[in-house]
Design a protein around this ligand. Sequence first.
Ligand SMILES: Cc1ncc(COP(=O)(O)O)c(C=O)c1O
Length: 501
Amino acid sequence: MKSINELKSEILRLTGEYSRLVHSENRPGYDKKRRMWKEKETIPYAARVFQEEEVQVAVSSILDFWLTLGPEGKKMETELAAFLGVKNSLLVNSGSSANLIAISTLTSHNIEKDRRILHGDEVITVAAGFPTTVAPIIQIGAIPVFIDANPKTGNAFCDQLEEAYSKGKTKAVMMAHGLGNPFDIKQTLLFCKKYNLWLIEDNCDALGSSYSMPRKLAESLGINENSPGLDEGPERIARWTGTWGDISTQSFYPPHHITMGEGGAVNIIKNKRLKVIAESYRDWGRDCWCPAGVDNSCKKRFNWSLGELPHGYDHKYTYSHLGFNLKPSDPQAAIGRVQLKRLPEFIQARKRNWELLRIGLDSLSDILEFSLPTHSESWDSKSGFRWDKSSCRSTCSWFGFKILVKDNAPFSRTDLARELDRNKIGNRMLFGGNLTRQPAFVNLMKDNPHAVRVVGSLSGSDTIMNKVLFIGTYPGLNEDMIKSEIEIIKNFANFSKSIKS
Ligand SMILES: Cc1ncc(COP(=O)(O)O)c(C=O)c1O
């Protein structure tokens, strides 16, 4: 008879064999064992990219049958925090949940009174983007104040931050590094420091993007160290996005840089106190911090006097916040840990794929406009990006390849989207476009015109809504797929030009 260990290794060996056979088209584009892509087959804008190891660890974790967030989760939290160089990472079941926890954390009675976000306080955010960067602001009873986005970068026009500020009301800035392009961190941090505001970086689309600034400037903002693995010499500080503010969030939904199926994380960048609060919100609102399956780690489980509960009331059932339960499961974390190991090569692949598309489509620059990093002014195929005078730089772990169809193009953005769709090329609009025009926000404002505040005309966000789409840069793409995308877009553009002239 086989021992338990022998049985398990046999199951995992067979699992690996099965996965190699069945999942060969899910392997990275640069993996020789990947099934060849054939002309005219679908080219997704994103998908999960994995090898047999992810399937094996998932099966192994299922065999162990711990199920709820447990040993794998704990390890992934440690590994993610170490990769980023932040104090703590807490796993959650989605990027949306991460955003909800991040902002809820700042409503806690454990936050000092003048910084705590209360009903009716304001949080500055961006009008163009993903809805669940903004929805949690409203869900906690605060008011989102929308600034505009720049169609060139997809990111906030940070010059509008001052105009958005309202003394005594503004408590935080919460916005995303759009499509993997870091927003203007320098200007945002200077603004937050000036008014003592929180910064929540929605890093859901930007894991592996980085930003750097002169060391003196960073130190004046309280930032002294490079992130692990980043170094731009003694005169500069370079850090991953998601490590500059107070709290940041990740999504591990399949199109994102790594996946756990459903999943995400809340990163606590330096303030340990925020970790305890965020964890409480994630875990039912409880005061107790014992991990699942552990009792009495505080050693005084029956010795607390909290709220108006009788002395000694079980700490495990004592609630200091009106919380949620937003944990993922342990098999998901097991998958996430393997994906995290692959992250450096995934980041490289995203950068490479973006560059191939950029080079291949350059000849259409008269009618199409492509993304620029926030601090760059132009791009050319020989020297790459040319930077502005801000002395800040970024590298983009691109979530997608953004295309803006210019006014002089002989077709519209939606024509292009239809053509891509007809050719089975996955494409997406830039999430919700101008969010204030989405039915959810229109209805909200009908019910209560003061539920949001808008700065300026939001014309940049309208341009993003009307003229922008993106195609994929994900690591599952290979050169043949990218070549085919380029050819189809060029043929369409040239044909459209020819019938117009
Ligand atoms: C910027 C941004 N924030 C939050 C989310 C939500 O993440 P999730 O789908 O994991 O809830 C997304 C989803 O793509 C996103 O793009």
